[in-house]
Ligand binder design. Structure first.
Ligand SMILES: Cc1cc2nc3c(=O)[nH]c(=O)nc-3n(C[C@H](O)[C@H](O)[C@H](O)COP(=O)(O)OP(=O)(O)OC[C@H]3O[C@@H](n4cnc5c(N)ncnc54)[C@H](O)[C@@H]3O)c2cc1C
Ligand SMILES: *[C@@H]1O[C@H](CO)[C@@H](O)[C@H](O)[C@H]1NC(C)=O
Ligand SMILES: *[C@@H]1O[C@H](CO)[C@@H](O)[C@H](O)[C@H]1NC(C)=O
Ligand SMILES: *[C@@H]1O[C@H](CO)[C@@H](O)[C@H](O)[C@H]1NC(C)=O
Ligand SMILES: *[C@@H]1O[C@H](CO)[C@@H](O)[C@H](O)[C@H]1NC(C)=O
Length: 632
């Protein structure tokens, strides 16, 4: 939900913008920001491909002892403009096109052939520098499920992740005043206080949210866990990745790069460089080839060597692309592109998932006794001016809110008490190959079967969330996210131009009919939330699709027209699963079939957690750094 550009312009003016250049970067930093590729050492212990959320976290941890030399290569540049730092409303990064990749997906036949904009970060700090700042953790079952693909007692589990959630974040509770006013529950035992990225609450909240949060409790089966980080389903308040001192975005670059205390001569960063491929000596990764970000031919290519490991952190869209271009991927795809095959790894680029959005009705409250509300900050110029003055003077008030701080994360049985069992049973009985692309490799099919069994268990569990309603605090509401889609897409190199062209990205949205069966239940449940709870006192009126859309056929037609298969949460394209299940990396995050190559970003997530991703990505990266150091 983007603010209109005119509003954006007003806000920027009021905030006293703008130094949008990279000149604000100190020329000497704890990690030396190299100005020219010619200043590189010929060899580093570790080369990190992508200076995003996971990449900067891992590089910080690997360089902190001073024992290893580390190089980060990032395609974006150092950017500290208000488009990056501004907290208010959450999505300023999307208004500066230089900060993101924006790649059109393959047209989606099940969405009336619409092509979807694939948006991920392209800046030092990656997607953490442009995201909505919502800080959420999945349910316990999510993390236990990932380990279950390997063995009993894998340390990829809730218990194995909890220490890394704590290590990654510095949690700041809400003020006592706000907590009691809004009824915010939190429990610091789920959090750490020494992490390099901040999780904090705004100093103000939209008054209607208290009633909207209470309304969830009017429906059967919805509870209020002790904390957003307790790994449970229900309705809760959660923090945002905001530094409470500056009230600016807290993300991987300030946390894991700007704030490194002492100079680290062993740590180099080179921005504005696009890695084309990993180079091998036999099966051992030995370095990378890269070009300036705007290059269109390999003539400007340079190479640099890695002694110990090349660490892929280019995100779930570009990591599989670079692996494939390097000869690590499905043999047939590589051969079609005329690339030498280093290892036939059929899972690279398959198993692609994201969380669909724009899938449930929106409502307008026609009796609305609350002022102010979220829309005042978008449309009421008097209110905007007051809020901006308050923020400028005291860094408090409505402009300390990012994309939002509360909502509900609900199980299938809560949203569909009458159909959840049938849906789960039908899904369980599916032929796993039936809805994957024809010609899918047997190991990838076996991996999908394993996920199918595990996800059926989640569908039957009260403790696993399928449906998420996130609240904005306005007279109009209806932001619903589908957390566990069953369809699987792909990210593949363009065989005609594997190095310079963006990859082909296919969500394969709604290819598995279970997704539509589940989404069909979202509409009646969302209507119940507005009509059968205390919210009915606000005289809700359905705005979209409208009360004339009732039959399954009508809901389906509407969904095909409006659904977006992405909330910017791509994962799964270099999955951590056993090799015979189409996995790309093992439990140590090392790529199968080669040496000296690992993946640490969202690509390794085998299937989606019942939440958004950043908290999980930081925790994975913290764990990855320990795994890499252990084998150094
Ligand atoms: C607009 C948006 C909103 C979001 N909102 C939320 C939210 O509110 N809450 C939440 O929990 N999650 C949110 N997310 C998701 C979350 O931010 C991401 O899942 C997470 O940051 C991904 O981290 P990563 O390390 O896998 O990849 P990234 O952080 O994307 O890092 C990848 C980096 O690799 C670089 N790169 C790519 N290709 C190359 C190449 N060839 N050579 C060199 N460098 C390269 C990129 O420029 C980028 O910096 C959002 C994401 C986006 C994009
Ligand atoms: C989508 O495009 C394909 C191929 O061009 C075409 O066959 C199909 O009819 C189109 N579907 C819709 C719903 O427009
Ligand atoms: C939506 O609700 C607001 C606040 O109650 C009201 O001012 C507005 O007229 C309503 N709009 C529609 C289309 O119902
Ligand atoms: C706009 O905000 C101001 C200041 O809070 C308030 O007095 C006014 O009523 C608001 N206007 C509308 C149309 O809601
Ligand atoms: C800033 O805070 C002070 C102290 O609480 C208060 O007196 C002042 O009015 C605030 N300024 C604005 C512009 O809100």
């Amino acid at each position: 939900m983007l603010p209109k550009l005119s509003v954006a312009a007003v806000l920027l003016q009021l905030l006293g913008a703008v130094d949008a250049s990279s000149a604000a970067a100190r020329s000497v930093r704890p990690s030396t920001l190299l100005e020219r590729a010619g200043d590189l050492l010929p060899e580093y212990d570790y080369i990190v491909v992508g200076g995003g959320t996971s990449g900067l976290t891992v590089a910080d941890r690997l360089s902190e002892s001073g024992q290893y030399t580390v190089l980060v290569l990032e395609q974006g540049i150092y950017q500290n403009s208000p488009f990056v730092t501004t907290v208010s409303l959450g999505f300023w990064g999307l208004l500066d096109p230089s900060l993101t990749f924006n790649i059109p997906s393959v047209p989606q036949p099940n969405l009336n052939n619409r092509s979807i904009a694939v948006i991920v970060g392209k800046v030092l700090g990656g997607s953490s520098g442009v995201n909505g700042m919502q800080v959420l953790r999945g349910q316990k079952e999510d993390y236990n499920r990932w380990g279950s693909y390997f063995r009993k007692n894998s340390d990829w589990s809730w218990d194995g992740m909890l220490p890394y959630f704590k290590k990654a974040w510095n949690f700041h509770p809400p003020s006592a005043e706000l907590a009691s006013q809004m009824g915010i529950k939190y429990d610091t035992s789920f959090w750490g206080s020494r992490g390099k990225v901040h999780a904090s609450f705004p100093t103000f909240s939209w008054p209607v949210l208290k009633m909207e949060m209470a309304a969830f409790g009017d429906l059967p089966g919805i509870t209020y866990p002790a904390d957003s980080g307790s790994g449970e389903t229900g309705a809760y308040w959660h923090p945002a990745s905001v530094d409470p001192t500056t009230v600016q975005r807290s993300f991987a670059r300030p946390g894991h790069w700007d704030d490194i205390e002492a100079a680290r001569p062993n740590y180099h960063t080179l921005t504005g460089q696009k890695v084309l491929k990993v180079t091998f000596e036999g099966k051992k990764a030995r370095g990378v080839v890269f070009v300036p970000a705007d290059a269109t031919e390999q003539i400007q290519a340079r190479s640099v060597k890695a002694r110990k490991e090349v660490i892929m952190a280019a995100g779930a869209i570009h990591t599989p692309k670079i692996l494939q271009a390097s000869g690590v991927g499905p043999k047939k795809l590589l051969q079609d592109a005329g690339l030498p095959v280093v290892v036939d790894s059929p899972g690279v680029g398959s198993n692609f998932q994201d969380q669909p959005f724009s899938i449930a009705p929106t409502f307008n409250f026609s009796s609305f006794p609350f002022h102010p509300d979220f829309y005042d900050l978008l449309t009421n110029e008097t209110f905007i001016a007051e809020a901006a003055a308050q923020f400028a003077a005291n860094k408090t008030g409505p402009m300390s809110i990012a994309a939002g701080n509360c909502g509900s994360w609900l199980s299938l049985q809560v949203i569909s008490p009458s159909k959840w069992q049938q849906i789960a049973t039908r899904y369980e009985a599916q032929d796993p190959a039936a809805y994957l692309p024809s010609g899918t490799d047997a190991a990838v099919i076996a991996g999908y079967r394993a996920q199918q069994i595990a996800l059926t268990k989640s569908m039957r569990s009260k403790d696993s969330a399928t449906y998420n309603f996130f609240l904005r605090g306005g007279y109009e509401e209806g932001s619903v996210v589908f957390l566990h889609p069953t369809s699987r897409g792909s990210v593949t190199i363009n065989p005609a131009d594997p190095f310079f062209s963006e990859p082909n990205i296919d969500y394969r949205a709604l290819t598995n009919p279970t997704d539509l069966e589940i989404l069909q239940e979202f509409t009646p449940f969302t209507r119940k939330y507005f009509y059968e709870t205390r919210l009915k006192d606000l005289d809700p009126v359905e705005v979209s699709p409208g009360s004339d859309v009732q039959t399954p056929q009508q809901i389906e037609a509407w969904l095909r027209n409006v659904m977006n298969p992405s909330t910017f949460h791509p994962i799964g394209t270099a999955a951590m699963m056993p090799k015979n299940l189409g996995g790309v990396v093992d439990e140590q995050l090392a790529v199968y079939g080669v040496q000296g190559l690992s993946v640490v970003d969202a690509s390794i997530i085998p299937d989606l957690p019942g939440s958004y991703l950043q908290q999980t990505v930081y925790a994975i990266a913290e764990k990855a750094a320990d795994l890499i150091k252990e084998r150094a």
